[in-house]
Design a protein around this ligand. Sequence first.
Ligand code: NIG
Ligand code: FE
Length: 419
Amino acid sequence: MGKPVWIKNIQQLATLASEVNGPRSKTAMSELGLIENGSLWLEDGVIQAVGTTSELERQFSTRIAEAEIVNAAGHLVTPGLVDPHTHVAYGGSREKEFEMRLKGISYMEIMNAGGGIHATARMTREASEEELVSETAKRLDSFLKHGVTTVEGKSGYGMTIETELKQLRVMKQLQSIHPVDIVPTFMGAHAVPPEFKGNEDRFIDHLVEEMLPAVVAEQLAEFNDVFCEKDVFTPHQSERILEAGKKYGLLPKIHADEIVPYGGAELAAKVGAISAEHLLKASDEGISSMAEAGTIACLLPATALYLREQAANGRKMIDMGVAVAISTDCNPGSSPTTSMPLVMNLACITMRLTPAEALTAATYNAACALKRQNQIGSLEAGKQADVVLWNVKNYQELQYLFGVNHVKTVWKNGVKVVG
Ligand code: NIG
Ligand code: FE
């Protein structure tokens, strides 16, 4: 075991501790648990104590000599950021589609012509497991440099049993060799593979009867996601897929109402999804049913920007009582970024979240979207020592100076991994 770390004199410590246990909505999203002149004691991978500098100085007076001391005067400290929605394990890249879209061809036109998700599926099928591990590790390195200590990762660039399992195994392997934690999601229903075109229901039979059991047998996933969208999977088909996953203990997530209004938010509430993703075109009825069901809205403002679309109405969702989380959606088509700080900035600028709400959405509520709020997402004694020290003095400045990576130091499980 390494030395304990004592971070002291923190100008502003945003612990994100609050009375509200579970997804935070409305005013609870602004409770950052701020401590001025704060302090943290990290040891054995865990946060041992949180308080003011003088409180911890007293508590650890006999042990200060053995600790590595970090003077955080003038700095903000927050929990490690959590990215609750990524497609991080993929092969190849799609920069030519970026150019095509700028020339006027739409995202769905490219996909329906065999590009988009299908193009990445071909490149992912061709890549070896080793290649995928090394490409994905580079992206995880970049996440870490941007203050992200846990990401969710989806399969879905295979849509064959072998490639889906390959993607999930790549994530499992990375889990043991890379400091960033990856929470795996099965997303075999990301697109209808060409061999099943026109036979969507047969693909769903195959997914339900063969793919899901294979994934579950190897314990490769915790969540089950589907792209519920016009020309992809209908709400009815999506429901079948999500209900099948539930029987195996996989919690539903759903890519909903991204391109056209399609009843995805309503379906998320109906199946008891832990989160619904995108929601650019979600109806008011869908949003209120999510609020009632306690479904988290996982909003992806970088994707909206990248597709040159109006972002989801995050402001309205919070005001209507939905707990909001935010994410990069890191993927090679609609959002090739690993910058959660940029996503927080965009949540403020394009969805009118306040700086405090954006921080909650990228930490505690994001952890809730992964059912990890008892381990990560806030700085409290007993939780994982995932901590970021920023080159700014308070949380407002973090969101105000936008498009810049302000990370100075990152600790993952109490070990310094950046800075
Ligand atoms: O969340 N919308 C569907 N899936 C991804 C994009 C995947 C891709 O384009 O490769 C998303 O945006
Ligand atoms: Fe996505």
